[in-house]
Design a protein around this ligand. Structure first.
Ligand code: NPG
Length: 370
């Protein structure tokens, strides 16, 4: 137990090495909030996975900033002693806003683990020190460009390719990649762009031996996903629709999916992410670690999570250079065998380089107990 002395919020921006297009929009830069918590014993970092606009979920950077500054930080300052055992409860008076909460929960836990000299991976119960990595490929302007991009990632060693899809080009693009690479682990992610009336598209995709189809239908739906799952052979995986361990349990019990993408930021932080993992492990549903184009801070957090025993599929834990020319931390690097090291130092095991962090900072606010 310790007191939080100060919480610093920074809005940072980094250019992406290539635009990232999904069925809900295109991003050319990464803009996010970093939270630094200072306790009586140590400091810790958390990255908020919100983006500039509410396209993926209802949370977004400017909203998350206000929620953190005006509600979550005061809840921590007002509560007295804080630790990983009570931090989620302290934030419980604020409904929803899992991404904003995740940044603070993760920062408090990082500070606690740095003070104890224990790595996040060890704390969570990791059973390996390297994880298998996949890569998520944005919607390309043409099938040729997509094939080139896929070739590039395969030659770097990535062990699974995930294609973003949207209505109109879906089957043609998947068919082109599968024809060129009959053996690879291949999946698709629709980011909720379809309706049940599109069942024909998913029946057609059944022909390509996909590892999974991710989040085809509405971002809050479970019932229609269960219907779709019964109508196709390929396993469905849910992302947006799973915002807690309770959601994961409901999804698996309803048969809405057979695989779960765990993004710690989407479910309120690594503590809830571990519970989602436990629910899935108990029901023998494979999980994998999703990504939200995080900087090296959030990426280190994801790597620790991805080392838990239930993470049996390669995650969107790609190398820093897939996103940024220069990351805020030391770069996370992919080995030629398609694996990445799980940071082993105290807490998340990395920190932002002070100069690069300052150069990327667009706004900064320090909050203290009043
Ligand atoms: O490698 O970090 C990564 C990106 C993986 O495709 C990816 N993320 O829908 O899962 C997603 C998508 C995403 C990115 C969603 C950014 C929201 C923001």
């Amino acid at each position: 137990m310790t007191r939080v002395r100060e919480i610093e919020l920074r809005l940072v921006g980094l250019p992406l090495v290539r635009p990232f297009r999904t069925s809900f929009g295109e991003e050319t830069e990464k803009a996010c909030i970093l939270v630094r918590v200072e306790t009586e014993e140590a400091w810790g970092w958390g990255e908020c996975v919100t983006g500039a606009d509410p396209g993926f979920s209802e949370e977004f950077n400017e909203g998350a900033w206000l929620v953190l500054r005006d509600f979550l930080a005061p809840a921590i300052f007002g509560a007295g002693d804080v630790s990983s055992d009570n931090v989620e409860e302290m934030l419980g008076g604020v409904r929803g806003n899992p991404m904003a909460k995740a940044a603070l929960v993760n920062a408090v836990l990082d500070a606690e683990l740095r003070a104890r000299g224990m790595s996040l991976a060890a704390y969570l119960g990791a059973d390996r020190d390297r994880v298998a990595c996949g890569v998520s490929v944005g919607i390309a302007p043409s099938a040729e460009r997509l094939l080139e991009e896929v070739e590039g990632y395969l030659s770097e060693g990535y062990r699974r390719i995930k294609l973003k899809i949207e209505p109109g080009t879906d089957v043609e693009r998947v068919s082109a990649v599968r024809a060129a690479h009959p053996q690879i682990l291949l999946s698709v992610d629709a980011n909720a762009a379809y309706g049940l009336e599109d069942v024909g598209v998913f029946r057609a995709l059944d022909a390509f031996d996909l590892l999974m189809v991710e989040q085809p239908l509405h971002h809050e739906d479970l019932i229609e996903h269960a219907r779709l799952q019964r109508a196709i052979r390929t396993d469905l995986c849910l992302d947006e629709s799973v915002r807690s361990a309770a959601d994961a349990r409901a999804a698996l019990e309803l048969g809405a999916c057979r695989i779960v993408n765990i993004k710690q930021g989407r479910v309120g932080g690594v503590l809830e992410a571990k519970r989602v993992h436990d629910v899935c492990l108990e029901r023998e549903a494979p999980v994998w670690c999703g990504g939200m184009l995080e900087t090296g801070v959030g990426r280190a957090t994801n790597l620790a999570l991805a080392a838990l025993p239930g993470f049996t599929l390669p995650g969107d834990t790609s190398a820093s250079r897939r996103y940024f020319a220069e990351d805020l931390t030391e770069p996370h690097e992919l080995a030629p065998d398609g694996t990445m090291a799980v940071p082993s130092g105290p807490g998340i095991g990395v920190e932002p380089d002070p100069e690069r962090l300052d150069a990327a900072t667009r706004r900064r606010e320090r909050l203290r107990a009043t």
